[in-house]
Design a binder for this molecule. Sequence first.
Ligand code: FES
Length: 115
Amino acid sequence: MISLISADEIEEGTSKGIELNNLYMFAVKKDAELFLYWNRCPHLGTPLEWEEDRFLDSDGALIICSTHGALFEIEGGRCLAGPCKGKHLRAIPFILDNGMVMVEESALRVSTPLQ
Ligand code: FES
C-alpha cells in the first residue's frame, strides 16, 4: 500500500490536490467522509481545479471543472450538469489506516481513460 496523505491535512468542506510520481488526484472531505478521484475531467481530460487545491464550487456543495464548469456530486462523482452530464469522475479505492489515506499500488497503475 502507498500512503498518499494524512486525512487531517484536508479540512472539512474542502478539497486538496495530490500528486504522486506525475499522477494527479484530489481528495474532498465532506461530512467527515473522504472521497478520492483522479484529477481528470471526463469531458476533455483536463485537470479540474481553478486554483491550487480548489476543486469545489463557491458553496462547497459540488465539484466543479474550471474549464467548462461541469458540476459533479462529491459523493460518487457523477456529473449533474455540463458537457459531460451523466458521466463520472473516476474514483480511486483507498483505505484509512491510522489516519493515512492508503491506496494499492495496482490502483495507481490503472490508466485514467475518459469515461
Ligand atoms: S473539460 Fe471539464 S467541463 Fe469541459
